[in-house]
Design a protein around this ligand. Structure first.
Ligand SMILES: NC(=O)c1ccc[n+]([C@@H]2O[C@H](COP(=O)([O-])OP(=O)(O)OC[C@H]3O[C@@H](n4cnc5c(N)ncnc54)[C@H](O)[C@@H]3O)[C@@H](O)[C@H]2O)c1
Length: 266
């Protein structure tokens, strides 16, 4: 069998670079990939959070402090790795800005632009820089972290469209890089109990009961469950899978739609 993607477990033969690696979901992904034998590079704009994340990884992860929306800096980092002989054979585009619920009229152009810069252009530039190099080597895998908003947009007027666009980029780059041995997929998380999300619940900004009742499994997602799906899609167990988006949402997409139908009753 041709081994187009990194091997499952063992020695993958290259590093996994995780953008947003100091965040709730990104760090969970890093910890899981380390367990699977990947050398991990945590990439994030928040230097203080990167230090803490590196500690959580037992000091074994490398860090890369940059803004994913700055393509020149990304290219310089990749060239530095080339000179060092460090191969990045997996990319997880996890860096993202979340958004508060607001009306369409209240969406400020500057905030809208910044969310697009990070959530969409950041992932696009990382794909060009790192997946482009994987394609030249004939091997690699990418996972984009989208959202349930990719498949059913919620009233988050900047965030939701960026995730729809990232879903489109997943299919486009899968088609572009597939012939060169690089697979590109997405994981679409539902409401996930990251430290930040837990803070929102504790502050009374989100109702766990309401959220859980919209999930077929009656509970919210743990960051480690997102990480497990990412690890699978990067592994050679997913060697025939490319261009898909896998919801990891405790059945939110299924159940919320189902509930809408019951609301239509007279
Ligand atoms: N938490 C959820 O319920 C949930 C649900 C669906 C999708 N997601 C997606 O999962 C991903 C991770 O979210 P999270 O909940 O862990 O959020 P988080 O805020 O904990 O993590 C996001 C990380 O991205 C980093 N980041 C922001 N801008 C950056 C930039 N310009 N360059 C580099 N790094 C940058 C932040 O510093 C942070 O560490 C995001 O793409 C988010 O949209 C989260």
């Amino acid at each position: 069998m041709s081994r187009a993607g990194p091997a499952a477990g063992g020695a993958p033969g290259g590093a996994a670079l995780i953008t947003g690696g100091a965040g709730g979901i990104g760090l969970a992904i890093a910890l899981r990939l380390q367990e699977e034998g990947w050398p991990v590079i945590l990439c994030d704009i928040d230097e203080a959070a990167l230090e803490k994340a590196q500690d959580a990884c037992g000091g074994k992860a490398r860090t890369l402090a940059l803004d994913v929306s700055d393509k020149d800096t990304l290219e310089a980092a990749a060239q530095g790795y080339d000179e060092e002989g460090l191969t990045v054979s997996a990319l997880v585009n996890g860096a993202g800005l979340l958004q508060d619920v607001m009306t369409l009229e209240d969406l400020e152009p500057e905030r809208n632009r910044r969310i697009w810069e990070v959530n969409y252009f950041g992932a696009l530039y990382c794909t060009q820089v790192f997946a482009g190099r994987m394609a030249a080597r004939g091997r690699g895998a990418v996972v984009n972290i989208t959202s349930i908003n990719e498949q059913r947009p919620l009233p988050l007027y900047a965030y939701a469209p960026t995730k729809v666009a990232l879903g489109a980029l997943t299919q486009l780059s899968a088609a572009e890089y597939g012939p060169s041995g690089v697979r590109v997929n997405a994981v679409a998380p539902g409401f996930t109990l990251t430290p930040l999300f837990k803070q929102k619940i504790e502050a009374g900004l989100r109702s766990t009961d309401a959220l859980e009742s919209h999930c077929a499994l009656g509970r919210l997602v743990e960051p480690a469950e997102i990480a497990a799906a990412v690890a699978f899609l990067l592994s050679n167990d997913a060697s025939a899978i490319t261009g898909v988006s896998l919801p990891v949402d405790c059945g939110w997409l299924a159940r919320s739609h189902h509930m809408n139908f019951h609301d239509l009753k007279a």
